[in-house]
Design a protein around this ligand. Structure first.
Ligand SMILES: *Cc1c(COP(=O)(O)O)cnc(C)c1O
Length: 368
């Protein structure tokens, strides 16, 4: 079939033709045209987060994790102490990268099928004054659970702690208003809910803490303060920019705005999520999370108990029908995940459910 499969994954995502076509050019990294593109993207990103007055936004080459790593490296002093609120795989990644770069790291373990607790954080911060920063994942993509960003940020503000938010899978879909949620750094990337292509992340850094970040990073490439200072001075990226990714992101954001911005994106993804969960329920699939905890980003389903079920075979059978699923990330229970994000709507979700139904029939998998 000479058509790309629909990506039901948390990035890369299915993109529009307009976004793909924006990449069919070569840009010089020093050229004024490309610098203008970078400036446009930065200014649009600040507007999406309502952060023009309070934050700067610093783009960085690489996948989203590179930007999470850079945020920790740039924000947390080398003798600082970061508390990571852990309810899933991406939280564990944050804890691990902070540990590896030599920052004192404490993990606050939570169950994977529940949000992290702002009350427990409050008690923890009262008990341990050595903690300087808190790390939280807004939507934990490992399961799809939504964490209470507003409540966590209020606790951090009350205790005078810096907050680093991985909003990779939620930014542009769920509301994040920097005028109401206080964070020192918030990280997202090109290839998630803005529906660009993967290859760059960006970090909103609170202006009030920016100057103090100078020289904190142990890494040249991961130093967001340095990247910011250079970009402000020259309009350029410090090192080779991902030119095609920036061009695609600019085009993706223009479409995002034309379609109605964050509320419209949330409405489409919510509809996708409902279509998926309802359709899968008719086939006998149960979501891993209680519905009130489910963000409309990615859904974890329990795998069928049938002895005929094998994720790899199931995956291939669904792929043959044009849809790419995502493996589960839980160790205790057998699951798989289906993303609701990307340039897709209700029709694609319904077709995905049909593809799953056909795959079950092919593989003789009973679901109840
Ligand atoms: C996608 C994602 C990341 C970044 O993953 P990469 O593979 O490095 O792009 C980080 N955190 C969350 C919550 C994500 O969904």
């Amino acid at each position: 079939m000479d058509r790309d499969a629909i990506l039901l994954t948390p990035g890369p995502l299915t993109t529009t033709l307009r976004t793909k076509l924006a990449m069919l050019r070569d840009w010089g990294s020093w050229d004024a045209e490309f610098n203008a593109l970078t400036a446009e993207v930065r200014s649009l990103l600040l507007a999406i987060a309502h952060a023009q007055d309070t934050h700067v936004v610093v783009p960085l080459q690489g996948s989203g994790t590179f930007s999470v790593e850079a945020a920790v490296a740039t924000l947390v002093p080398r003798d600082g102490h970061i508390l990571v609120l852990d309810n899933g795989a991406y939280c564990k990644r944050l804890g691990r990268l902070a540990t590896l770069m030599g920052r004192r790291t404490t993990i606050a373990a939570h169950a994977e099928d529940a949000p992290v607790s702002a009350d427990a954080l409050d008690a923890r911060l009262r008990d341990d004054p050595s903690i300087t920063h808190v790390g939280v994942i807004h939507c934990e993509t490992g399961t799809g659970v939504l964490n209470p960003l507003q409540a966590v940020s209020e606790v951090c503000e009350r205790h005078g702690k810096g907050l680093i938010v991985d909003a990779m899978s939620s930014f542009a879909a769920l509301e994040i208003d920097a005028r109401r949620v206080r964070f020192d750094a918030l990280v997202a990337a090109s290839g998630k809910c803005l529906e660009g292509v993967p290859g760059m992340g960006f970090v909103f850094i609170r202006k009030a803490v920016l100057d103090a970040c100078a020289g904190r990073s142990h890494s040249l490439a991961m130093d967001l303060h340095d990247q910011h200072v250079y970009m402000e001075k020259t309009g350029q990226w410090r090192f080779t920019p991902p030119t095609h990714v920036v061009a695609a992101l600019a085009e993706a954001i223009r479409q995002f705005i034309e379609a109605g911005g964050q509320p419209a994106r949330l409405a489409r993804y919510t509809d996708n999520c409902r279509t998926l969960i309802d359709g899968m329920a008719e086939l006998g699939f149960k979501p891993f999370l209680r519905s009130e905890l489910q963000a409309p980003i990615i859904v974890t389903f329990h795998a069928p108990a049938s002895p005929h079920y094998d994720f790899k075979k199931f995956y291939l059978a669904v792929k043959q029908r044009g849809f790419i699923l995502y493996p589960g990330k839980l160790t205790q229970v057998e699951t798989f995940r289906v993303g609701c994000i990307g340039a897709i709507g209700r029709n694609e979700m319904q077709q995905a459910v049909n593809a799953v139904a056909d795959a079950l029939r092919d593989l003789d998998i009973a679901t109840n």
